[in-house]
Design a binder for this molecule. Structure first.
Ligand code: GLC
Length: 751
């Protein structure tokens, strides 16, 4: 798709400066504000259009276009940017294609398909008169107590950067903004939002600049290099300093060091939070000054910013040139987006609507099929043979599409006038199993789980599909007084009688994931654990399927399940993807992008730990996680042989390091292995992790097929950040580690 060729950079600069010269101070301040449509009435919305507001969020379709059309009546006719939370497809619209959550997409290790999914999402949001998606999320899910792990690509910075860059290309296009369906990507939450102490949402993060440069900045560098047009400032403080007020972060690092040229937008009311939540500014006037001077160009959902900023400039306490800089950045992106041209009326000109069209659903199904991780398969329990007679399907997530969808969908964030049930395809786990069982004349029986999946509540049981009621009812902090729908175990056991296999679909639901939904206990809810133990006690063959937004501490399940599959909020096609693996129609190829702790007390358990722990374990727990990053089983058996890499490499080389290895599918089933490349820097003046993930490649091999594959390791990936904050490649030995479950190792030396 051709980029928007309509204006050169110089023309865009000139036009933006020309527009700026015509704006009054109040019009400039309004232009760098983004307000929530849903939090205003019609009168307020019109007032802000008159003031010349720059952007609205959380409105779509005809309502959005209606206000865009109104801009033509304003003095300067500057179009609005409409923003939306589209983190896993345009999932706030029940008519759209809902992909797996980002943690699920990451388990595919499929960069190309993730990019394609975002191209689809961009096209669908464009058809809803939208221009900006608050995605990709580049937070690292390193403390799984945090409520928003499902939005991340998992624990590894390399994988997050690769998939984040793929998302940016999918949304915007490769390089220039894609003409018809390009949308502004907004990488978030800048930065290290998931690293809060105790996994507490938006709580203080204790990091040095060095650690930021080593772990948390690299994914952002990758999306900046991919041309990302906007970055969202995180809520939290870093070592006590709010990100919103952090000039080093927003200017020195993001602009001067990484070369970011787009605009920085705050998260929801970050500017106001400086006053009322972080007590870092005495009043809104100072907060407004702090936010703008630190490098925030657009202010999300802080209406009082308007008067405050105007007054600070008029009193000479805030230099108008600083406001001008931000206005220019916003205007330039609007010009790049062709918003002053055809895109302004895009909603009126949709020729062939594509919302959840067959082509889009096909890509969703293909991607979802690659997100089912097989964690256990004892004695080849799976795939189920087609000649079994009866399957009993139990558990709260067996037939619960809201758990399959999870956070940042119309279930958890319903916009006004939008229904809370999908209006396109949605296949629950039970739907998927039933459909294959029927074709194979297998009797399958579902025991419905009455009431909510996993929420403790008081009063009557809320409707599991009405997340707002669940959120209102959820009261896990008062479990002793709350109650939970303890299932009728006897009824479940009765329904399991005579079954050749019991499939228990367990996990969490949107009340246990999301903003302000951190957990100190990652065990399965008690009711589910009781159910599993009763079924095992009754002597059944037990297959466990986990549907969650994050890893749980499922030690009992690992030890007692005959087989176990796991998938993170798989979305619309979760049921067919899981059933396909259960019955062997699909060979599982997903790998974990995040480690499962054995116990919450072990956290953090991410794989790339530093050496040096005295004793190397707790006295009451092992050091090892339950399942580690990169793990996943297949029906095929893959063998890696013949690892080759250069023995000696010059430290000053700028060439990629070429690596090759031969992979063989030694089974009688075609399948896909995820070749993973790690290394260990054996001696470094800064202690470095025992293993660093630095490359991956999905390789499909027919039964018995053998192939020599090549992978490249950029020299820059060998660098450490020394205590002078310099990125340096040190001479010495590196141990290369390549494989998929089993690994070959080979040393090379940098000289
Ligand atoms: C929320 C989230 C952010 C989201 C924004 C707009 O509080 O932190 O991820 O994009 O507000 O909905």
């Amino acid at each position: 798709m051709k980029g928007i060729k309509h204006m050169t950079r110089q023309q865009i600069n000139d036009k933006a400066n020309d527009l700026l010269s015509k704006l009054t101070l109040p019009e400039k301040v309004a232009q760098i504000m983004q307000l929530s449509y849903a939090h205003m009435d019609e009168k307020e919305r019109r007032m802000w259009i008159e003031r010349g507001i720059g952007s609205l969020l959380h409105v779509m379709g005809s309502d959005a276009q209606r206000f865009q059309d109104m801009t033509l009546e304003t003095k300067h006719k500057i179009p609005l940017i409409f923003g939306i939370d589209c983190v896993r497809g345009h999932a706030m619209n029940p008519k759209a294609t809902v992909f797996p959550c980002c943690l699920g997409m990451a388990s595919s290790f499929n960069t190309e398909l993730v990019e394609r999914a975002c191209e689809i999402a961009a096209r669908e949001v464009t058809e809803d008169a939208l221009h900006m998606v608050f995605s990709p999320v580049l937070c690292l899910g390193r403390d799984t107590r945090w409520g928003r792990v499902d939005e991340t690509f998992g624990e590894d910075p390399y994988l997050s950067g690769e998939l984040g860059a793929a998302m940016v290309k999918g949304y915007q296009g490769n390089g220039e903004m894609r003409k018809d369906t390009g949308v502004i990507a907004c990488a978030k939450h800048y930065l290290a939002h998931g690293e809060s102490m105790g996994g507490r949402d938006s709580y203080d993060v204790v990091l040095t600049h060095r650690k930021i440069l080593e772990v948390f900045a690299p994914p952002y560098k990758k999306v900046v290099d991919a041309g990302c047009k906007s970055i969202m400032t995180a809520y939290q403080t870093i070592d006590g300093l709010p990100c919103t007020a952090n000039k080093w972060l927003l200017k020195d690092l993001l602009r001067d060091e990484m070369g970011f040229e787009g605009f920085v937008i705050t998260d929801w009311d970050n500017t106001g939070r400086l006053v009322w939540q972080q007590f870092a500014s005495p009043d809104m006037r100072h907060a407004a000054k702090t936010a703008i001077e630190a490098g925030n160009d657009m202010i999300m959902s802080t209406p009082d910013f308007y008067e405050a900023a105007i007054s600070m400039v008029e009193n000479g306490e805030l230099d108008e040139s600083v406001v001008d800089e931000s206005v220019l950045r916003v205007l330039k992106v609007k010009l790049e987006m062709d918003l002053f041209g055809e895109k302004r009326s895009q909603f009126h000109n949709i020729k062939n609507p594509s919302m959840a069209c067959e082509e889009h659903l096909k890509i969703n199904e293909e991607l979802t099929n690659q997100t089912v991780v097989m964690l256990e398969n004892k004695n080849n329990t799976l795939p189920l043979s087609k000649d079994i007679r009866k399957i009993a399907v139990i558990g709260p997530n067996a037939d619960c599409i809201s758990s399959q969808y999870g956070d940042w969908t119309f279930y958890t964030h319903p916009l006004p006038d939008f229904t809370k049930v999908p209006e396109t395809v949605n296949i629950t786990i039970w739907d998927g199993i039933k459909s294959i069982a029927e074709k194979s004349n297998i009797k399958a029986e579902l025991t419905k789980w009455d009431g909510p999946v996993s929420v403790y509540y008081r009063g009557e049981a809320p409707d599991p599909n009405d997340i707002q009621s669940l959120h209102r009812a959820a009261d896990t902090s008062d479990i002793k007084n709350a109650n939970q729908n303890l299932p009728d175990i006897n009824k479940i056991l009765k329904n399991c009688e005579g079954a050749d296999v019991v499939i228990a679909v367990i996990g969490d639901d949107p009340t246990l994931n999301g903003e302000e939904r951190d957990r100190a206990n990652l065990d399965l809810p008690e009711a589910q654990q009781k159910m599993l133990e009763a079924v095992k006690e009754a002597g059944h063959k037990l297959i466990i399927v986990g549907i969650t937004g994050k890893p749980l501490t499922v030690k009992w399940a690992k030890e007692n399940a005959d087989a176990m599959l796991w998938t993170f909020c798989p979305g619309a096609y979760g049921g067919s993807a899981v059933a396909g693996v259960l019955f062997g129609e699909k060979n599982p190829s997903a790998r974990l992008p995040i480690s499962f702790p054995l116990h919450v007390g072990q956290l953090p358990v991410y794989y790339n730990q530093l050496p040096g722990w005295h004793g190397g374990k707790y006295i009451d727990l092992p050091k090892e996680s339950l399942y580690t990053f990169g793990y996943g089983l297949s029906y095929s058996e893959f063998e890696y042989t013949g690892l080759e890499c250069p023995g000696r490499i010059k430290a000053e080389s700028t060439e990629d390091i070429n690596i090759s290895v031969t992979v063989t599918n030694k089974s009688n089933m075609d399948g896909t292995t995820v070749a993973q490349l790690y290394f260990r820097d054996m001696v470094s003046t800064i202690s470095t992790p025992v293993k660093q993930f630095k490359g991956f490649k999905r390789v499909f091999l027919k039964a018995g097929e053998s192939r020599k594959i090549s992978m490249t390791l950029p020299m820059a990936e060998l660098a450490i950040i020394d205590h002078n904050l310099q990125r340096i490649i040190e001479k010495g030995t590196f141990n290369l580690i390549v494989g998929d479950g089993k690994y070959l190792e080979k040393e090379f030396t940098v000289v």
